[in-house]
Write a protein that binds this ligand. Sequence first.
Ligand code: ZN
Length: 137
Amino acid sequence: MKQRDLRPEFIEFVPPALEEGVLYVSMSYASAIHKCCCGCGEKVVTPLSPTDWKLTFDGETISLYPSIGNWDFRCQSHYWIRENRIEWAPRWTEAQIRSAKSFDESAKKNFYERKKLSTETPQHKGIWQALKNWAGW
Ligand SMILES: [Zn+2]
C-alpha cells in the first residue's frame, strides 16, 4: 500500500528490522534509510552529502531533497518527502532515468574535482548552472 507520510527517527545504528512509515536518520553516518513508500519492502538508502541528498529538519518534520527515485527497484517509484509527507511524483521514462544518472555522475565528478582544485573554472560553473536549471532550483 502506498504511504502518505513518514515520521523521522534519529538513530545511531540502523535497526535490524525497519518499520514502514519511518525515516531513520543517522547523523554520525550522514545518511537516512527507509522502506520504499510504495509498500514493496525494499530498503532505500539516501546518503546525505553535497552531491547526494539534503535533509531538512525543522524540529518536527523532515524533508529530503531531491526526490527519491527508486529506479533500481522493480516498483520504480518516485516521490518527494516534504515535511513528513510523501508526494508521489510521476514515474520517469528509461531515457529520463539514463540522463539523470549520467548527469548525477558528472555533477559528482565535477564537485570533487572542484574541491580538489579549489578554483572554479568556467567549465565547472557551466555544469552547476545546468544542474540548477535541471533541478529547478
Ligand atoms: Zn517500492
